[in-house]
Ligand binder design. Structure first.
Ligand code: PRP
Length: 208
C-alpha cells in the first residue's frame, strides 16, 4: 500500500477532486475528520493529512512514499526527493509586495515566511536585507512599520487590494506538485508509476 501525504488547507478540495477523477476515494470526509491517517476505498493507498510545510519532511524520510505540496513549500524546504508531476492546481504567484510608494531598490526589512525566495531575489538585485520571520497575515507587517515590504504568495490579489498594497515584482509561478521519496521511487517503481500515470492522465484531460 502506498502512503500519500496530502496538504491540509486551501488546496485539499481540488486535490481530492483530482484523486477522485483518477479513481481514488478517501474512505472518510477528509475535511471533517480529526484522524491523520485515512484509508482509500481502493485499498491500494492510504493518506496522511499533514500541514503543508511538513509534507516534504514526511516524504524525504520515507514516512510517506508520495506527497502533494505547493512549489513554494518545496522550494523553501530543499528536501531530497523526486518532483514528478505539476498538477496545475493551486496556481498562484510569489511576489514582492508593499505600499505603492515603496522603492524596492531601497528596501531593508522584508517580512515573509519564504526566506529563500526573499534572499534569492534581493541578492540578485544587490540588496542585503533583513528578513522578518512571520508565519501568516504577513500583509500586516508593512502596514504597521514592521517591514518595508513582504514576499508572499498572491492568488486572487484580494488580500493585497483590501490592505492597500501592490505587487512590485513577480518572483515565480507556484502550483501543486507531486513528489516521491527517492527509495520508494526505486523500490516501488510500479506502484508509484501507476499512481502518477493515473493522475497525469487527469491533468492532461484538464480535470481541475
Ligand atoms: C495566503 C497568502 C496571502 C493570501 C493571498 O494566505 O499568504 O495572505 O493567501 O491570497 P489572495 O491573493 O487570494 O488574497 P493564507 O490565506 O494561506 O493565510 P496566511 O496569511 O495565514 O498564510
Amino acid at each position: 500500500m502506498l502512503t500519500v501525504a496530502l496538504t491540509k488547507g486551501r488546496i485539499l478540495g481540488t486535490t481530492v477532486e483530482m484523486l477522485q477523477a483518477a479513481g481514488f476515494s478517501p474512505d472518510e470526509d477528509v475535511f471533517d475528520t480529526r484522524k491523520y491517517i485515512v484509508p482509500d476505498r481502493s485499498g491500494t493507498v492510504r493518506y496522511l493529512l499533514a500541514k503543508p510545510v511538513d509534507v516534504p519532511t514526511y516524504v524525504e524520510h520515507g514516512a510517506a512514499d508520495i506527497g502533494f505540496v505547493g512549489k513554494d513549500v518545496l522550494y523553501e524546504a530543499q528536501a531530497d526527493l523526486h518532483e514528478l508531476l505539476d498538477l496545475g492546481i493551486g496556481v498562484c504567484r510569489m511576489v514582492v509586495a508593499g505600499p505603492a510608494g515603496v522603492d524596492v531598490a531601497g528596501v531593508r526589512r522584508v517580512a515573509t515566511k519564504y526566506h529563500r525566495y526573499a534572499h534569492d531575489y534581493f541578492r540578485k538585485h544587490g540588496r542585503q536585507i533583513e528578513v522578518i520571520d512571520l508565519h501568516g497575515s504577513v500583509e500586516l507587517a508593512p502596514l504597521t512599520g514592521l517591514a518595508d515590504c513582504i514576499v508572499d504568495i498572491v492568488e486572487t490579489g484580494q488580500t493585497l487590494r483590501e490592505n492597500g498594497l501592490v505587487v512590485h515584482a513577480e518572483l515565480a509561478r507556484v502550483s501543486t506538485r507531486v513528489v516521491a521519496n527517492r527509495r520508494s521511487y526505486q523500490l516501488r517503481a510500479a506502484e508509484v508509476d501507476d499512481f502518477i500515470d493515473r493522475l497525469r492522465n487527469r491533468v492532461k484531460e484538464g480535470v481541475r
